[in-house]
Design a protein. Structure first.
Length: 104
């Protein structure tokens, strides 16, 4: 089970986008990387094809998962993530800062 998944709200801890918040739009667990909306935007040169015309396009590049932290739902500050097994047997993620559940 991954600690950071698609749809989570995270904050960037290091780099040129330090302090920015965004939603995870893609998770790459094998490479330990995530893509966050509006963060780490790079210019990419694309070749013209039948579907699209060429040009310079702004695209979000991936970040290492260690450089982002989950946002605590209680106070909107960075938090670490832990796992807990509920009474009904489900394994869920929780914010270590406040104890709030991150999974519904």
């Amino acid at each position: 089970m991954q600690k950071i998944r698609k749809g989570d709200t995270v904050v960037v801890l290091t780099g040129k986008d330090k302090g920015k918040q965004g939603e995870v739009i893609r998770s790459l667990p094998k490479e330990n990387r995530v893509v966050v909306r509006g963060v780490n935007v790079v210019k990419k040169h694309t070749r013209p094809t039948n579907v699209s015309e060429g040009g310079i396009v702004a695209v979000e590049a991936s970040l290492d998962v260690s450089n982002v932290a989950h946002i605590d739902p209680k106070d909107n500050k960075p938090t670490r993530v832990g796992f807990r097994v509920l009474e009904d047997g489900r394994k869920v993620r929780f914010a270590k800062r406040s104890g709030e559940l991150l999974d519904k």
